[in-house]
Write a protein that binds this ligand. Sequence first.
Ligand code: ADP
Ligand code: ASP
Ligand code: MG
Length: 439
Amino acid sequence: MKVMKFGGTSVGKPERMRQVSELITKDDEPTITVLSALSGTTNSLVEISTHLSQSDRVSAKASIDKLEAHYRKFVSELVNGEALQAKANSIVTEHFEFLNIILRISFSDALYKDILAQGELMSTKLFCVYLEEQGIDHLLLPALEFMSIDANEEPNLPAIKTKLNALLQHHSDKKLFITQGYICKNARGEVDNLKRGGSDYTASLIAAAAKASVCEIWTDIDGMHNNDPRIVDKTVAIEQLSFEEAAELAYFGAKILHPTCIWPAQQENVPVKLLNTMQPDAPGTTITKEAGSVGVKAVAAKDGIIAIKIKSSRMLLAYGFLRKVFEVFEKYKTSIDMVTTSEVAVSVTIDNDTFLNDIIRELEPFGTTEVDKNQTIISIVGNEIESTNDVMKRLFDAIEEIPVRMVSYGGSPHNVSLLVDGQYKTKTLQLLNKGLFGL
Ligand code: ADP
Ligand code: ASP
Ligand code: MG
């Protein structure tokens, strides 16, 4: 069994969907195809929800109508036959009827999740109509029947395994399965999701659950690049990464992968490949247990970071102090990314400010606190960076002109992280591209 996941741009136009059908039928291996929503759809659904949450029904209705027009056009270009066009249109009607009904009911978090699920529900159903027209035998596996998160909003892999394998066994005569990325059920049995970009996570969870031979992530670029191609001009694809390197890059901002999507594949040792739908023959990036080579491979940036400094000349050296500080973050379910200590102060970074005021209030008895918002973590990722002698020299030579707020080195052999003010992000990435990669 292999898993093939196609992102928004890979299904965003009728001709791309045609290409997807060619790619998934290229060989005989049974395949689970995971689809995202058509590009732009989830953003539109967020926009509709924002209008509704502000009780702006007029703007919500305008956004719904605009999105519906997009789908009507899409369907008219995707399917030819009259009967199947009618079928595809009735799918669009069903989902837009839902969106129009919610205009009249009061907005809630559960409803928000239902709205967000419409994109993947539509893309998979429409793709199945296209496959039907092509006479390609397939089965739609509804993700809501097997993909679940627990009370901590973490995917429940053992439960997913049991449910998915039961479904696959029940349909052992089929070779081509289609399912939705991103969406799932939560511990309360409601529709929920794996957070933005979560279709990658779905693919990796399915790959682990089904012990797939490979988890292919098909997107609009030829693999993981050494730097952010949206910000830096000259970037190149990386041939091979270890699971650890890929996880660090994804977590620290390489948008090609969902931040936490590597662990399921890693747990079952399923290789992950990043491939380009528009250039299917390009080698892409292979992610396995082995790193392939030693040295720095890529840099990535994570925005919206908050740095908190706690100064206390009295207590810092006392044992138990750091535990008490960390307990405050644990209490508010806020994870810490970077930590640095000195004799008189400790600095930590977080990426979620939901409970910032509570956290600061509870930290106050420990000393004086300082908060810096709009910071960026720049991560330099590679294999055995620690033992690559001149990395730190080249790194700091390259960014001589940038004020660095924090440095984290030695936490893992794969990563050096710097914290800089958000205004220096672009410049830092550009300078590192020159200094570390000569590009
Ligand atoms: P999909 O819709 O297929 O999930 P995404 O937009 O989520 O695709 O991810 C692909 C995009 O990630 C690329 O178009 C690219 O602009 C961006 N990206 C950011 N950092 C990197 C990187 N280091 N390597 C490759 N792509 C990256
Ligand atoms: N459609 C969802 C999003 O845009 C999930 C995904 O594409 O991975 O975030
Ligand atoms: Mg994505």
